[in-house]
Design a protein around this ligand. Sequence first.
Ligand code: GLV
Ligand code: GLV
Length: 322
Amino acid sequence: MRIFVTRRIPEPGIQMLERYHDVEVNPENRVLTKEEIIKGVRDKDGLLCLLTDPIDEEVINSASRLKMIANYAVGYDNIDIKTATERRIPVSNTPGVLTDTTAEMAWALLFAVTRRIVEGDRFCRGDKFKGWDPMLMLGHDVSGKTLGVIGAGRIGTSFALKSKGFSMKVLYNSRHRNDILEEKLDARKVSLEELLKESDFISLHVPLTSDTYHLIGEKELKMMKENAILINTSRGAVIEEEALIKALKKHWIWGAGLDVYEHEPSIPRELKKLDNVVLQPHSASATFETRSKMAEVAARNLLIGLKGEHPPNCVNPEVFKD
Ligand code: GLV
Ligand code: GLV
């Protein structure tokens, strides 16, 4: 069968696919346009795509032979699942392998903002360090504070568990009760409002859906403590970016650490001018180990789906019902 890969991914994944099928990989290291994706996938049986590829109704319906879509990401808001399901095309993601890696980035951002790591680095390189100063670069303590976790799935749980060494009080907001967090951390499931009002650090770990779009807007930002720090490693549009810029400028909150943006890859100029935000280029899963495992997971799902079997990480299992 024939497979289209929209951009080069780590070699182990490509090799797995090439062992069994004809594989066409986008030869250029850039995001393809929608027209190029349509051209590439038109006569293919399998598609391996990235979170930067909008796989909408038009793309899916332009590929009449398409039997399986494997997304190289855990989030799959870039794919029109409804259309894929109507066409009985299974779609898979890459959960599990990037859980700790993403949680680690959330912690990296949390500390970078709280202890002003990036600002301090710029300060030193700019030869501004003139000696120890009692009032220089003051930030906040982490230990003993209240951590608020929004979305307590795999990544949110891993993120919260890593707080153990900092003896924090943990609050979470989630659809389901999380026994692991309650047993291991004495965490408490609370309403979004209570979490926003009580937490010193708030980290987002929800998928982007119609329910979580703009979950954090002006009203929510105003509920947060003046010293609150907001971390986002989920999807940009979970936060209303304009409102966040306003909150950071007016110091409604103390700072933010962002790995994702509402209109990626565009980052608002105003956000880039602020000192109380640390910015990362959507790289929370970017480690050698994890990106390689993601390639293997995506390839394995694609191979199984192309055999007409149930891929282990299928996000629309309805396609296998009669
Ligand atoms: C990254 O954002 C992913 O969804 O894997
Ligand atoms: C700081 O460097 C201290 O010794 O307190």
